[in-house]
Write a protein that binds this ligand. Structure first.
Ligand SMILES: Nc1nc2c(ncn2[C@@H]2O[C@H](COP(=O)(O)OP(=O)(O)OP(=O)(O)O)[C@@H](O)[C@H]2O)c(=O)[nH]1
Ligand SMILES: [Mg+2]
Length: 477
């Protein structure tokens, strides 16, 4: 790698020869500045500005992110246990009621449970999403540019050396987290890729870069279901950075669609007002207000999302700007990244529990349709007609209301009628068994197992995580 790469270190700004690079590497290591490899100039679009700014120091990043954090044996055991709970108590009902064929979300696999936490970068085009990933990882391997640049969903993962991987390869391993993306077809596969980098942070976390949103272009024109793919990543990401450029805040229909898709993930969203040193402080305040004003109707929570203001690229801050604030904001943002590494197990347990609750609602609903069908159908009525009427008019049979009142489920957690019209067009209502029919003398009832997982097993696992963490007795791997 040394032969093809130019070594770049933030503390030393000039281009030097290979020999000199070797010494720079030593100096960098000594200074604990952490130096990673930049590809040769010319093989990527450069991000140098006409201002010819120098490179900034990276102590903040290194100090905050603590790359030397160990991995623990007990973490692996907890994840194994979580997979076991999923496979024994949730999956049987998923399979019995074809949960994965619901038009709304979310598939789950052992690979996803064991996957590293994911940080997803979203937002309008050319706001600096890719530059930000390059900056955090001290590389310039990902292509950036002033025009719409990223056209692929790009997974940035750990690799012993710099390596590009095609989407088909990422998707082909059934045991890995990206396998379910196969369903989005060949066109998407061509717009999906992986980049491996030898950066220690990537042993703990995965970054996913996304194509920027372009307001005057319909996302459908991309040749694959862009919004569904985005939703897949949104559902799985532990942290979502939505990046804005203060010089071009255009909040239009496409961004509005994106915010609708973020429903339920509000606590994991961070808005980033990037390139903040490219405008004067007073103007920045105005833009900050405008951003909130435009986004307020799109975000349905009482607590406003956290906005980070800064300039997340490797060049020095412009003079006469609020450098101190930007540096503090950068530390806070990196602490959020730290947080999802620290809370990986808790988040995974919550993710599986939320999934279990959705599978439960689905199973209860299908069971309710079936029960009502059995009450309604008599020998003299046509089965298909009765089923069809029930599916298209569930309100006439109190299907949703019964589930809601008997099971204490919030109205907002119930899918809509249309979802089930779609679902039953794929699977005949009469092809399913009721929950009761699935109970076995020795094996018990699948719904009881699921309830036990939600109310006992998963909370117990969470408690165990807290106990292990607070005891401080964790075996390093
Ligand atoms: N002044 C300034 N410019 C930046 C900053 N970050 C990125 N840029 C520039 O903004 C342009 C777009 O950067 P990208 O990283 O390609 O933006 P992106 O959001 O990934 O764009 P798409 O992939 O098209 O969605 C490039 O010319 C960058 O050099 C920053 O913090 N300050
Ligand atoms: Mg990009």
């Amino acid at each position: 790698m040394l032969i093809n790469s130019q070594f770049s270190c933030p503390v030393l700004n000039n281009k030097l020869t290979m020999t000199v690079n070797f010494f720079r590497a030593l100096i960098c290591i000594n200074l604990l500045q952490g130096c990673y490899f930049r590809k040769d100039e010319g093989t990527h679009s450069t991000v140098h500005t006409s201002d010819n700014l120098g490179l900034r120091k990276r102590e903040n990043i290194h100090k905050t992110l603590r790359y030397d954090r160990p991995s623990y044996n007990s973490d692996q055991l907890i994840l194994d246990k979580l997979v076991e709970v999923y496979e024994k108590t949730i999956k049987p009902l998923e399979d019995a009621y074809n949960y994965n064929d619901l038009p709304i979300r979310t598939d789950m696999t052992a690979g996803q449970i064991k996957a590293k936490p994911m940080v997803l970068f979203l937002g309008p085009w050319s706001t600096g999403k890719t530059t930000m990933i390059n900056y955090i990882l001290d590389t310039d391997i990902l292509r950036v540019g002033a025009e719409p640049t990223t056209s692929e969903f790009t997974v940035v993962n750990y690799g012993e050396k710099v390596k590009n991987t095609e989407g088909v390869v990422l998707i082909s391993d059934k045991k890995k987290e990206f396998f379910p993306l196969e369903k989005y077809g060949q066109n998407f596969m061509e717009r999906f890729k992986g980049v491996g980098l030898p950066h220690p942070l990537l042993k703990k976390i995965t970054f996913v870069d996304t194509p920027g949103i372009i307001e005057n272009r319909k996302q459908q024109e991309r040749g694959y279901p862009f919004n569904e793919v985005i939703q897949w990543f949104i559902d799985r990401a532990e942290l979502l950075f939505i990046v804005f450029d203060p010089t071009k805040l255009d909040v239009g229909l496409e961004l509005e669609t994106l915010f609708k898709q973020l429903k339920g993930k509000e606590s994991q969203i961070r808005l980033i007002l990037n390139k903040a040193d490219s405008i004067a402080s007073q103007e920045l305040m105005r833009v900050y207000g405008a951003l909130f004003w435009s986004l307020a109707p799109l975000i349905n929570v009482t607590e406003p999302p956290r906005v980070y203001t800064g300039s997340f690229w490797p060049y020095e801050y412009k003079s006469n700007t609020n450098v101190q604030l930007f540096k503090q904001e950068e530390v806070s943002l990196l602490q959020d990244v730290n947080g999802i590494i620290e809370n990986r197990l808790e988040n995974k347990i919550a993710f599986v529990r939320q999934h279990a609750a959705r599978v439960r609602i689905h199973a209860l609903l299908v069971n309710e349709y079936l029960t009502k069908f059995k009450e309604e159908w008599t020998f003299f009525k046509d089965q298909d007609n009765v089923a069809m009427h029930m599916i298209t008019h569930p309100e006439a049979y109190n299907v949703f209301r019964s589930v809601q009142s008997r099971q204490g489920i919030s109205q907002f957690d119930l899918p809509d009628v249309k979802t089930y019209i779609d679902f039953f067009s794929k699977h005949s209502l009469l092809s399913f068994e009721t929950l009761q029919q699935q109970c076995g003398y020795f094996s018990g009832c699948p719904m009881d197992h699921l309830d036990e997982a939600i109310s006992i097993k998963l909370p117990a696992l969470l408690e165990k995580v807290n106990r292990i963490k607070s005891s401080g007795q964790r075996d390093e791997l």
